[in-house]
Design a protein around this ligand. Structure first.
Ligand code: HEM
Length: 509
């Protein structure tokens, strides 16, 4: 009897112990393997790869913490600490990453033919960005999109055609500032201006900046939400075992956002299709008129149109806010530009975009702001190697993510005299920021460089010049603290006071 009872509880206990021992054994193996992988320079993702100096980070997650907060500053400090400014390796969970803070290596990465893909984040995939230019895999589809955008949105003829539109918007900005004059939160105003500008080019719709139109407000909300989810470093992109849990709620938010974006953009496409009268030259019409192999499906069209609105809005607004902040902090630079504007344009006719080519100090200011406050300090979106390659003498395998720390390069004391000083005169002599000189390439370089750089630069330069012709800018407590989202923006919005420079009889409005 006793022995029967014993066997009744002994067997389950024994089997429990065996499975516990089994589990412990495998857990120990897993732990040992993780520690072994982690012990490799560059952290867990670099085991079995060439040795490139870099931080190990933590077991399992590697250097994920480098990507939180002001990642460009943390990466620069880490590269300095490891003596790895030319090339540093690190792991984001299971993702192998290389980063350079050196212009020669940046050129190798950006201008070569290997790092021409982008690592696609889950958020970008859900929001269909992999069907638009920015995240489309390198190949025929991406080339077609770039060609269409270059021919119909960014070419000099189209830039000329949209000049009037930028002028109308800058006039509205000036008008609103004239009305308000004190304590103007420029961020709200510039973002509206920038959004209205892109909506006009892409959807052919004109909204006033002070409009409370529901569609305009809805689109603003969609762009804001997309900006936030895309700008968040999603841990599940690098730690697949976390994917089930969606711990930051990114998948949930993207899945909510996508149907709204689709509904919004699809409505505009259908309205364009239904138009029988005079057809405007907006980008939606361009896409609808494509024939043959260039023809896009409705869903691809939505992706491309949405990307243009999305990319063109915040980059311009972020860059402009930094410029206005610097103008307030450096009144001598402001006066110098205004004197030049008075001399070249005068106070009695409005500035035209063609005048910018005759100015020295305004383009110099824009470049100095791009040097100290590049909107994409890590060039916004990383690159990915499509095949095995060599970078700065190190073997790098296909699938490795590459970043360029443009922020660190443009503040390197070996490349720039007194790099942390704001001295726009350093750009009084010609210097191209369009990607040929990697000491300052805020729009990237090579095949995947920014296709909107001319449009962005022209818009920002013209709007800033228009404001400076009209107003003296002033402000209190300008705070240059940064926050890194999709772009690197001012943590605390700039509040401006403006004083008109011209009497009302000379008003252009
Ligand atoms: C004005 C400020 C702007 C800045 C600082 C900026 C910066 C950048 C950077 C750094 C890249 C990545 C380049 C690379 O990987 O080498 C990029 C890509 C891109 N930008 Fe811009 N950009 C600006 C304006 C615009 C505008 C106005 C548009 C469109 C309306 C635009 C559309 C794009 C697109 C579609 C890509 C992806 C290109 C590709 O992957 O082939 N950008 N931008």
């Amino acid at each position: 009897m006793t022995s029967d009872t014993e066997t009744l509880w002994l067997f389950p206990l024994l089997s429990k112990c065996t499975s516990l021992a089994f589990f412990s054994f495998f857990f120990l193996l897993f732990l040992l393997k993780s520690i072994f992988l982690w012990s490799h320079p560059g952290g867990p993702a670099w085991a079995n790869h060439n040795v490139i100096p870099g931080p190990r980070g933590l077991p399992f997650i590697g250097s994920m913490l480098l990507m939180t907060g002001l990642a460009h500053r943390k990466i620069a400090a880490s590269a300095q600490a490891y003596g790895a400014k030319r090339l540093m390796a690190f792991s984001l969970g299971q993702t192998r990453v290389i980063v350079t803070c050196h212009p020669d290596v940046a050129k190798e990465i950006l201008n070569g033919s290997t790092f021409v893909d982008r690592p696609v984040k889950e958020s970008a995939r859900i929001l269909m960005f992999d069907r638009a230019i920015g995240f489309a895999p390198y190949g025929a589809y991406w080339r077609t999109l770039r060609r269409i955008a270059a021919m119909h949105l960014f070419c000099p003829k189209q830039m000329k055609a949209s000049e009037r539109q930028r002028k109308v918007i800058s006039d509205e900005m000036v008008e609103i500032m004239h009305r308000k004059r004190e304590s103007i939160c420029v961020r709200d105003l510039i973002r509206r201006a920038s959004l209205c500008n892109m909506i006009w080019s892409v959807f052919g719709r004109k909204y006033r900046l002070d409009s409370n139109d529901v569609q305009l407000l809805e689109l603003r909300k969609l762009v804001d939400e997309g900006y936030e989810v895309l700008g968040t470093c999603n841990w599940t992109d690098h730690l697949p075992w976390l994917a089930e849990f969606d711990p930051q709620g990114i998948r949930f938010r993207c899945s909510n956002l996508l149907p709204k974006v689709k509904r919004f953009v699809n409505r505009i496409i259908q309205e364009h299709r239904a138009q029988t009268s005079e057809v405007s030259a907006d980008f939606t019409h361009v896409l609808l008129s494509l024939q043959g192999s260039d023809r896009l499906s409705d869903s691809d069209m939505i992706a491309v149109l949405w990307e243009m609105i999305f990319r063109g809005t915040d980059t311009v607004a972020v860059m402009m806010e930094w410029i206005l902040a610097r103008l307030v902090l450096h009144p001598d630079v402001q006066s110098r530009i205004q004197e030049e504007l008075d001399r070249v344009v005068g106070r009695y006719r409005p500035i035209r975009e063609s005048d910018i080519a005759n100015l020295v100090h305004l383009p110099a200011l824009v470049k100095e702001v791009l040097r100290l406050h590049p909107p994409g300090p890590l060039l916004s979106w990383a690159r990915m190697a499509i095949s095995d390659t060599t970078v700065d003498g190190h073997h790098v395998a296909a699938g490795t993510t590459a970043m360029v720390n443009m922020w660190a390069i443009s503040r390197d004391p070996h490349l720039w005299k007194e790099p942390s000083e704001f001295r726009s005169e350093r750009f009084a002599k010609d210097f191209s920021v369009m990607g040929s000189d990697l000491r300052l390439a805020p729009f990237g370089s090579g095949r995947r460089s920014c296709p909107g750089k001319n449009l962005g630069l022209t818009t920002v330069s013209f709007w800033v010049a228009s404001l400076l012709q009209e107003f003296e800018l002033d402000g209190n407590n300008v705070d240059l603290t940064e926050v890194l989202k999709l772009s690197c923006e001012m943590a605390n919005p700039l509040i401006l006071n403006v004083r008109p420079r011209r009497t009302s009889t000379t008003s252009f409005l």
